[in-house]
Design a protein around this ligand. Structure first.
Ligand SMILES: *[C@@H]1O[C@H](CO)[C@@H](O)[C@H](O)[C@H]1NC(C)=O
Ligand SMILES: *[C@@H]1O[C@H](CO)[C@@H](O)[C@H](O)[C@H]1NC(C)=O
Length: 226
């Protein structure tokens, strides 16, 4: 290869091409967990790598109503998917309601007065499935996963049991262990693991407390997604 050609390739790499390559670190990663919930219940995600270490994320949704959205506040300073409730620098809602992990947005496939773009909850066109699909929509550093896969569990905070003082993000319910052997689309099994196993750079649909049904898909138009 001539020097000129080499330089040209480096140039391409510095501009568009390499940033679009699938191996690029941060990729849009969506997780839906179907969990029937009631007002004042909030579902969070906790998770990470096989060895328990955190995975860098950047929340993609910034609700336009701002701090009136719980998701808005709880997603500020939440820079990792990890196994703890509140990470260093992660905001409280209204200064006292601590997050129980990485916040999810309650979503539905039916248009109404609230929506994800405006309120951080409600209708979103990427939910083609139904109500009560709690959603994480982030760019995740796929380089820091296990070969493109990561583990997670939901944690449900019961707001109604809390007052201004005891809302500590840990007053709630862990999702029970699930054996997730197969998903439609794609799946990965780690032996001895009782967490959901999700794919980085993909759309993952799970059911709270169950191994199935689950779908792991690369494309939002996938008929498997309902
Ligand atoms: C991820 O890995 C690819 C391929 O090794 C590398 O080019 C890229 O810079 C890495 N990205 C990050 C964010 O670490
Ligand atoms: C969300 O609601 C706002 C205000 O009603 C509206 O302008 C916007 O189009 C809605 N977005 C979606 C995706 O429904």
């Amino acid at each position: 290869m001539t020097m000129l050609m080499f330089c040209f390739l480096i140039f391409l790499c510095e501009t568009a091409f390499c940033q679009l390559a699938p191996s690029a670190g941060f990729q849009r990663t969506v997780v839906f967990i179907k969990r029937q919930s009631y007002p004042s219940q909030y579902v969070f995600l906790r998770g990470g790598r096989n060895d328990g270490s955190p995975i860098p994320i950047r929340h993609r949704v910034k609700p336009t109503i701002g701090s009136d959205s719980r998701y808005y506040d709880w997603s500020q300073g939440d820079n990792n998917l990890d196994w703890d409730a509140q990470e260093n620098g992660q905001w409280n809602f209204k200064s006292f309601q601590k997050p129980g992990g990485t916040p999810l947005m309650w979503t539905t496939n039916v248009q109404g007065t609230v929506n994800v773009t405006k309120d951080g909850a409600g209708y979103t066109p990427i939910n083609t499935m139904g109500p009560h699909y709690w959603m994480m929509d982030v760019d995740m550093d796929c380089n820091k996963t296990d070969d493109g896969w990561f583990q997670l569990k939901a944690f449900v905070v019961h707001g109604e049991k809390n007052d201004y003082i005891s809302w500590n993000g840990n007053n709630g319910e862990w999702e029970r262990g699930v054996e997730q052997t197969t998903c439609w689309g794609d799946h990965k099994k780690f032996s001895g693991v009782n967490n959901h196993v999700a794919k980085c750079g993909a759309i993952n649909v799970f059911t709270y407390g169950e191994g199935t049904p689950c779908v792991v898909s690369k494309s939002f138009g996938d008929p498997l997604l309902g």
